[in-house]
Design a protein around this ligand. Structure first.
Ligand SMILES: NC(=O)c1ccc[n+]([C@@H]2O[C@H](COP(=O)([O-])OP(=O)(O)OC[C@H]3O[C@@H](n4cnc5c(N)ncnc54)[C@H](O)[C@@H]3O)[C@@H](O)[C@H]2O)c1
Length: 390
């Protein structure tokens, strides 16, 4: 195994797999101290070469070529490749950071039923768990909602006031991904439920885990789910005004997941591609002693009024806003408000101290299995389905 980088505190060498959107915000948000981004690789030579040149990084032709030169593999590639790189890193004794979703089932829903998909994900989950635990490496699951300042403040309130959370509500929605392969199950492993729903679900399962550890000494975990999925932009009467992405091949654009926990409490998650006005992310907590609204995006730091498009045409305001005119809930500092900087610092600290991060493989597996149990439920029009335990 790669050293936990203690002792003389040599910099932790990180290698980034993927040279797209997530790779860029990871690179921008790693802590400055004790970290050296030692290289980048990606499937396409042009993208890795230009990313490497732009950021002054050594370029590797493949993950396999990069592994001997690093301590931590930071996986920012599309979801279908996550599992192969986690397995490769663990068998080389390298620590792992992996973007959401952890993994999934990447086969056409025309060929595979949802129960088969769930079985496939259970098998893969076991392989990942064995590989990571067997090699003793640390895995950080890059669920930034867990690290958002609002969610971390709520975690503190729950722990210090010994709250019992009775009900949670969470959402991630916007007007549709720009990725050309979004909407194709075999590339994404599903639609809104996995690609977007994994974010609020991750934070919700995290808060219940923390409550359980504080109150009972063990995490409270999801027991059953019921789900519905819909393709609203595919209904014959949908009137396309050009503001929402449409034409999803075989994935849903709206999902609702109802979770019961093993202590009998509840959560509801909404995920969709049907929301205008920028990325819409929140968690609400209804506890026996308090109530909290955790805003993730937009957050009320600054509202900007722009009377004319051209003035702001080169200024980034907030993710997925389709117009820059009028009042805009601009993002002042996304590395902070979306939790990226705190997340990457936690992973780096945990690798150095050889301890589990706040967002780890156990949480990632509960999220993934809840989602695929949800797809089984949705296939059966919302029937209650048990969440498998590994
Ligand atoms: N946490 C968040 O807020 C957030 C936001 C966006 C994306 N993501 C996640 O980050 C990951 C990457 O998404 P993205 O938006 O950066 O995608 P992207 O398309 O912008 O970039 C993907 C990169 O991976 C490379 N790539 C593709 N297949 C590969 C393979 N098999 N091996 C090596 N390289 C490969 C591509 O060449 C490209 O450089 C996904 O898992 C996505 O869900 C997370």
């Amino acid at each position: 195994m790669s050293p936990p980088a203690g002792g003389a505190r040599s910099p932790l060498k990180i290698g980034i797999a993927g040279a797209g959107f997530a790779a860029k915000f990871h690179l921008e948000n790693f802590p400055d101290a004790h970290v050296e981004v030692a290289g980048v690789t990606s499937a396409r030579p042009e993208s890795r070469e230009s990313f490497g040149a732009q950021h002054g990084l050594r370029v590797f032709r493949s993950v396999e070529e990069m592994l001997p030169a690093i301590d931590v593999l930071d996986i920012c590639t599309p979801p279908a490749s996550h599992h192969q790189y986690i397995l490769a890193a663990a068998s080389a004794g390298k620590h792992v950071i992996v973007e959401k979703p952890l993994t999934g089932f990447y086969g056409s829903p025309e060929k595979f039923g949802k129960r088969q998909m769930l079985e496939g994900v259970i098998d893969l989950g076991r392989r990942l768990l064995d590989a990571v635990n067997g090699s003793g490496v640390i895995l950080g699951y890059a669920e930034n909602f867990v690290y958002a300042p609002s969610v971390q403040k709520e975690r503190e309130i729950v722990e210090r006031s010994r709250a019992q959370i009775l009900r949670l509500l969470g959402e991630e929605s916007h007007n549709g991904s720009h990725s050309p392969v979004y909407g194709i199950w075999s590339a994404q492993g599903g639609g809104s439920l996995i690609a977007k729903g994994c974010h609020p679900l991750g934070a919700i399962l995290y808060l219940k885990r923390k409550e359980g550890l504080m109150r009972h000494g063990h995490p409270i975990r999801p027991a059953t789910v019921s789900a519905r999925t819909h393709s609203i932009t595919c209904i014959p009467g949908f009137e396309d005004r050009g503001f929402l992405r449409s034409k999803y091949q075989d994935t849903e654009d709206y999902a609702l997941l109802h979770v019961t926990f093993d202590d009998g409490t509840l959560a509801d998650v909404v995920a969709s591609e049907l929301v205008l006005g920028g990325i819409y992310d929140y968690i609400e907590v209804f506890a026996n002693n308090h109530r909290a609204r955790c805003r993730i995006s937009p957050v009320s730091v600054i509202d900007v009024y722009n009377p004319k498009h051209d003035q702001f045409k080169d200024i980034y305001l907030v993710e997925k806003i389709s117009s820059n005119e009028g009042w805009i809930p601009a993002s002042a500092e996304e590395g902070w408000s979306l939790g990226y900087a705190r997340e990457l610092k936690n992973f780096v600290d945990c690798v150095r101290d050889h301890r589990q991060p706040e967002s780890n493989l156990d949480l990632a597996l509960d999220v993934t299995l809840s989602i695929y149990a949800g797809y089984v439920s949705a296939e059966e029009k919302g029937k209650e389905v048990e969440v498998p335990r590994l």
